[in-house]
Design a binder for this molecule. Structure first.
Ligand code: WT7
Length: 679
């Protein structure tokens, strides 16, 4: 196929950006021309009338109503959930500690299952699942009830009590959802670890939360290969003194021989054979822990973000209902893995609390072909689709011929999450996936926020490509300067949230001081997001990316320090500095600068070995894209690594091609040039 070299410049909120710089198909070129034309009109997109008329919320006054009395606003959603006992107070705010729905008792699994089973939704599909090799399964709400209550009994029989932690390390299969909800049923907080994390990363998380049981699978499918989850679990659990049992789902079907340790390891299907159906749900306090989810911060050690039951469930229920506009006959597909917060909130808890039908797909978007997702949309008549900009940019690069092979007319609403979406990607999504018909909701939030905080409401908000628009009703956000003062419209600064919201993290598990320091100290009494943001003249929010040492690589949050620690863990490495450089598809790519210890020589073999070492320590998502050997790292006089300079080198700004920076004089020369500029 003929490839064109295209470098286009176009305006975004953050200034000039390059889009699409290599290997673009003729079809993709054509698509570009269309989008270019649309962009030059600088269009805004009011909600289509057909959408507005049927939307769950279409009255713009709800913003004022919510602002006037946010507690009453959230309480109204909470009342739509099932409670064993009502709360006596909506909010207790003792900065930086919030409690929501005090005294209320509820159970998340009851809200996601039992209350639907009692209605006409009993036989409605809860989960439509497709495995990567092509198997199809449908679980109705009643099926889900049976599986969850049985598995809850399995956990109990293995000695899991209310308050005990359970780690879930599984592929995207319905049993992963079953395991999460079974934990919720018996009041055992779960901690899901993404299947792409390594054994060592898994071990660190198991030990941090002191899990009693690990639920895993023999393997999961990814691009035709089997990801060896049980093997990694064995390696991890060897040094996990708290783990008493490992439950193994037989997913990869004897493709490998799986050694089972007598007394510790149990096959899922064997345990389920004897498990009784029905399991009395625990009446959890609204503020009891529902789950812990680890995420990267600006230091090396991952943070266990702690979410509680009542507020979190209210927040995900409300945002799913209003942002994704779910109705009884929708088929909702959030493509996130359950190992991330997006999977927790918008694959599991939000949609199931709403009694929706979700689609779950196990594998890669380009397997066996690049139209796999569109094939699934057509086959299952997906109506609401939610994915990440990095995926959209990959679709763009592959070209519109793939979605064009399929009938996507069932879609009525599209969503984006995980990183800023560039206007080009937004327009492509709008034209080629949304058929110029579907509203797009660009949703900003974080693992810590639990649910969406800044987003359009598809029946109300006029959208602008590239802007997450406005805070959700009841959310008080602001953009502030260094001193914490609100900047005028049209200016940029730090994104902060000024009032507590129901799904807000309650603490960092096992490290309450870090919770205060990390989020509430930069601007006292105000939640610091770590994101830069600009508001335009109309008050629309344009997210600009992280302002700390956290990278966003293909929508995955990875800290530079975590990768640096992994590198210096290798015997050859003296010092390492890691930065995120801009990347057309992934948003950011990982560039590492490494100095070697005496006696080690730079070579391409060593380069591969170091990259593999990072994979071993963290997982494939953290594999450095580039690795530069250098005899020194550029530092300021006070010893701080000059990251801006490294970014310039990695992005080729100062040097042209720098794929191997073997020449030690290069960094020195660059630093000199910078120092001259600085004076
Ligand atoms: C960081 C949080 C919660 C979703 C999955 C990521 C970035 C997230 C957007 C958006 C611009 C976004 C921010 C944020 N981010 N959504 N719509 N526009 N940036 O969760 O791993 O906790 O990462 O993702 O930088 O701080 P996460």
């Amino acid at each position: 196929m003929v490839k064109y070299q295209v470098i286009k410049k176009s305006k975004t909120a953050s200034g000039e950006v390059n889009i699409m710089s290599d290997g673009i198909s003729a079809e993709a070129m054509q698509a570009h021309a269309t989008i270019e034309a649309l962009l030059s009109e600088n269009r805004v997109f009011p909600p289509p009338e057909w959408f507005r008329a049927q939307a769950n919320v279409n009255d713009p006054n709800i913003y004022d109503t919510a602002t006037k009395d946010p507690e009453a606003f959230w309480a109204q959603f909470a009342r739509e959930l099932d409670w064993f006992e009502p709360w006596h107070q909506v909010l207790e705010w003792d900065p930086p500690h919030a409690q929501w729905f005090l005294g209320g008792k509820l159970n998340a699994s009851v809200n996601c299952i039992d209350r639907h089973v009692r209605t006409a939704r009993r036989n409605k599909a809860a989960i439509i699942w497709e495995g990567e090799p092509g198997e199809e399964r449908v679980l109705t709400y009643w099926d889900l009830y049976r599986e969850v209550t049985k598995f809850a009994n399995v956990l109990k029989r293995l000695g899991v009590h209310r308050g005990d932690r359970v780690v879930i390390y599984m592929p995207m299969v319905p049993e992963a959802v079953v395991a999460m909800l079974a934990c919720a049923r018996i009041g055992a907080p779960h901690s899901v670890v993404f299947g792409g994390f390594s054994a060592e990363a898994l071990r660190e998380r198991i030990n941090d939360c002191g899990a009693k049981v690990v639920v895993t699978a023999d393997g999961g499918y990814r691009r035709g290969n089997i990801v060896q989850l049980k093997r990694a679990t064995d390696e991890a659990v060897e040094h996990c003194p708290t783990v008493q049992h490992v439950i193994v789902l037989n997913r990869a079907m004897d493709a490998t021989h799986v050694p089972m340790l007598e007394g510790r390891d149990h096959w899922w299907h064997r345990l389920m054979e004897h498990a009784p159906i029905h399991c009395e749900p625990e009446a959890m306090d609204a503020e009891d822990l529902l789950f812990i989810l680890y995420t990267s911060g600006s230091t090396g050690k991952p943070k266990g973000i702690a979410h509680t039951t009542g507020g979190y469930l209210t927040g995900v229920y409300a945002t799913t209902k209003w942002v994704f506009d779910l109705k009884e006959d929708d088929v909702f597909w959030c493509t996130a893995d359950i190992g991330w917060v997006t999977g927790h909130s918008y694959v599991v808890y939000g949609p199931l609390a709403n009694g929706a039908t979700i689609l779950m797909y196990e594998g890669a978007p380009d397997y066996p072909e690049r139209d796999r997702l569109w094939e699934l949309v057509e086959k299952y008549r997906v109506t609401v689709f939610y994915t990440a900009p990095t995926a959209i940019r990959a679709f763009m690069k592959w070209g519109p011929q793939y979605p064009k092979r399929h009938d996507l007319s069932s879609l009525r609403l599209l969503g984006s999450v995980g990183e800023p979406i560039n206007p080009e990607a937004w327009m492509w999504y709008h034209v080629y996936i949304g058929g110029e018909r579907c509203p797009i909701v660009d949703t900003w939030w974080q693992t810590e926020t639990g649910h969406i905080l800044i987003t359009p409401l598809p029946g109300i908000t006029t959208t602008k490509p590239g802007s997450a628009t406005r805070p959700f009703p009841g959310i008080e956000a602001d953009v502030v300067d260094e001193r914490g003062e609100s900047v005028p419209l049209g200016a940029g600064g730090y994104l902060v949230i000024k009032k507590p919201w129901p799904g807000m993290l309650r603490t960092i598990y096992g490290d309450p001081e870090r919770y205060v320091k990390q989020y509430w100290s930069r601007f006292p009494g105000v939640y610091f997001t770590g994101d830069g943001c600009k508001r335009d003249e109309e008050g629309y929010y344009w997210l600009l990316g992280r302002v700390d040492d956290v990278m966003n690589v293909a929508g995955h949050r990875i800290s530079t320090m975590e990768v640096e620690s992994a590198l210096v863990d290798h015997p050859a490495v003296a010092e390492a500095a890691v930065i995120g450089r801009s990347h057309d598809i992934k948003g950011q790519a990982i560039a590492a600068f490494v100095t070697l210890k005496e006696g080690y020589r730079a070579s391409s073999d060593l380069m591969d070995e170091l990259k593999e070492h990072v994979v071993k320590k963290i997982g494939p998502i953290a594999r450095p894209d580039d690795l530069h050997f250098t005899s020194e790292l550029p530092k300021t006089r006070s010893g701080k690594i000059m990251r801006r300079l490294l970014r310039d080198i990695a992005e080729g700004r100062a040097l042209g091609d720098t794929t191997t920076l073997a020449d030690p004089s290069v960094v020195a020369a660059l630093r000199q040039r910078y120092e001259e500029q600085e004076v």
